[in-house]
Design a protein around this ligand. Structure first.
Ligand code: HEC
Length: 278
């Protein structure tokens, strides 16, 4: 009896599930969810390739230096890169003296304390300092940017899907507002239309506006496109400075495993050689 009741309850439950699945499917087919404006106008990052892509790709130090120059001269007016110390920049090929000079000459000084009075003060950067924010704190940063906070860029290429291509697309993606964009999605004051940004309007004005905005030391032509690509490469490095080593270690492990597999097979043959004869 108990079994029969349990069976009937089970049957009822499964039937219920089936019916509701059917109703939901029917509803999804006859009355599909409306496409949001964001989904309609939003674009996926453009396709862009870097020397450091792929299994064998390594950072192009020249490109990272160019990207750092764009960051220094343009982006660092609003953004910090607090996870990067000046001395880390030696990985881009700068000498110790160059690193010291970069730290000392940075446009914002580092917060410190006056040793005589104990009052808050600032001092020029040293190689061990992190790349400082141009603002004293988030409140000051918002005040200067129409209440939007420019995020720290150290990890931005990891924080966004397809990060390097996203940064590149965002920087080169500013465009006139499409005529058919609904009124409530049009950029308000202080906002700028950019279809690569998730909600289509962002508070950052187009930072790279003209070819030659930065003068490259290696003779590369500083087109808008080139600068966007270089700074995206630099921000890939800030988010993953050890990528070259990671890839190399991956290959060494693979080769080791291959050799190890061969050895294991040979020892298997040796161990069972006797038995297999019979
Ligand atoms: C005048 C100040 C200013 C400059 C210069 C500037 N930015 Fe921004 N940036 C902002 C602000 C403000 C935001 C926040 C935008 C928002 O939340 O709507 C932002 C946001 C961003 C974002 C985040 C977008 C997201 O998905 O959340 C990235 C990436 C970025 N900036 C990259 C750069 C790069 C690279 C440069 C240099 C080429 C640069 N910015 C120069 C002010 C600036």
């Amino acid at each position: 009896m108990v079994r029969l009741i349990a069976f009937l309850i089970g049957l009822f439950m499964s039937g219920w599930l089936l019916v509701s699945a059917g109703i939901t499917t029917y509803g999804m087919i006859t009355d599909p969810a409306k496409e949001t404006v964001e989904a309609k106008f939003h674009k996926h990052p453009k396709h862009v390739s870097f020397k450091h892509d792929g299994l064998f790709g390594k950072y192009d130090k020249q490109q990272l230096q160019r990207g750092f120059k764009v960051f220094t001269e343009v982006c660092s007016a609003c953004h910090s890169a607090k996870l990067v110390s000046f001395r880390d920049l030696s990985a881009l090929g700068y000498s110790e003296d160059e690193v010291k000079a970069i730290a000392k000459g940075w446009k914002t000084e580092v917060p410190s304390i006056n040793p005589d009075t104990g009052e808050a003060a600032t001092r020029p950067g040293i190689a061990a300092d992190k790349i400082p924010s141009p603002y004293a704190n988030d409140t000051a940063a918002r005040a200067a940017n129409n209440n939007a906070l420019p995020p720290d860029l150290s990890l931005i290429t990891k924080a966004r899907h397809n990060g390097p291509a996203y940064v590149y697309s965002l920087l080169t993606g500013y465009q006139p507002v499409p005529a058919n964009l609904p009124k409530e999605n049009r950029p308000g004051t202080g906002l700028h239309y950019n279809p690569y940004f998730a909600n289509l309007n962002l508070a950052m004005a187009e930072p790279l506006t003209a070819d030659g905005q930065v003068t490259y030391d290696d003779g590369t032509k500083a087109t808008k496109d080139q600068m966007a690509k270089d700074v995206a490469a630099f921000l890939t490095w800030t988010a993953e400075p050890k990528m070259n080593a990671r890839k190399a270690a991956g290959w060494v492990s693979l080769i080791f495993l291959l050799i190890f597999t061969g050895l294991t097979y040979l020892s298997y043959r040796t161990i069972w050689a006797d038995k297999k004869k019979h």
